[in-house]
Design a binder for this molecule. Structure first.
Ligand code: DON
Length: 305
């Protein structure tokens, strides 16, 4: 397979879509990025990687951080989610409050905001004040790179404008589904969303999920085979919020998006991918990123189905 050629073809084929979709502007600092960007990276088990566009351009990982939060909690709590969140697609936007209230403060899944906030609370219960530092070390280990850091401006902007996220955590606290101090938990949640990574770094970070939980290059064990299967299953069913069905239909891969414009995707037994393009479709997923991944599975035949 000529991956270099395939990535170039994809870049050419998505170019007419530049201008479509909108940049996330509900976090003021995110609204400042140059909208017409595109990068895509592919990471293989033998250490080879292929890239197109500016694959070293760092961007705000936003909800892609929910994958790290979920994998870390799965491992730390040995797969037990303590009955504090579900594993079903929400069918609602990522920051919906309605469902959370009528389901008694128990989020539908780990990949909507409320779910990741509960997971952040579980992390704070274990690591206390060191939670963010422990998570940063973990994320750096997944991509074998200690140059990952936070975008301070995005972090402060999220904290200042995260009214809906605060509403969710207060509501969950009222249902006794948050055990720690609200500000400590939100600090962790916002900081993880505000990390900056490139498609190169994110595709590398996802490699363990393509290889049953073990990084095939460093041999680091992040998850058991069973845990990796579970995380990938939830990425397939819930990784794109209320567009998860549509994404599975078009692309056919476990994947997770973020409002920064990134999408990571996993091809079990083969490789991991990341695509970046900041203009979003109406459900908050990268418009060009979704198209690029659809083209990739169509051209290579590498969907999981
Ligand atoms: O909590 C928020 O609203 C953002 N920090 C993350 C949301 C996000 O990326 C949802 N994604 N598609």
């Amino acid at each position: 397979m000529n991956y270099e050629e395939t990535l170039k073809e994809i870049q050419e084929e998505v170019t007419p879509l530049f201008g479509k979709g909108k940049i996330a502007n509900y976090i003021p600092a995110l609204a400042k990025v140059e909208p017409n960007q595109f990068a895509m990276s592919l990471q293989l088990f033998d250490g080879q990687s292929y890239h197109v566009g500016n694959s070293d351009q760092k961007f705000s990982i936003q909800s892609i951080s929910k994958v790290f939060t979920f994998t870390h909690v799965m491992n730390l709590y040995n797969e037990s989610l303590e009955n504090r969140l579900g594993l079903e697609p929400s069918g609602d936007p990522f920051n919906s409050l309605v469902q959370l209230e009528y389901e008694n403060g128990k989020p539908r899944n780990p990949f909507i905001n409320a779910g990741a906030i509960v997971l952040s609370d579980m992390l704070v219960s274990k690591y206390k004040k060191n939670t963010y530092e422990e998570m940063l070390k973990y994320i750096q280990k997944t991509c074998d790179n200690n140059l990952i850091s936070i975008d301070e401006e995005v972090y402060l902007s999220e904290r200042k404008s995260g009214f809906k996220n605060y509403s969710m955590i207060y509501m969950m606290k009222s249902f006794k589904n948050i055990k720690n101090d609200i500000n400590n938990v939100m600090e962790v949640y916002f900081k993880l969303c505000s990390l900056r990574m490139s498609t190169n770094e994110l595709s590398r970070a996802m490699l363990f999920l393509s290889n049953h939980g073990v990084d095939p290059i460093t041999q680091e064990v992040f998850l058991t085979q069973s845990q990796a299967k579970r995380v990938n299953a939830v990425m397939l069913t819930c990784g794109h919020y209320d567009a998860s069905g549509d994404f599975a239909f078009r692309v056919g891969l476990p994947a997770k998006s973020g409002v920064g414009g990134g999408i990571v995707a996993v091809i079990p037994g083969k490789m991991s991918l990341c695509v970046y393009s900041p203009r979003l479709n109406s459900q908050g997923n990268s418009l060009i990123g979704t198209k690029a991944l659809e083209l990739f599975t169509t051209k290579t035949g590498f969907s999981i189905f």
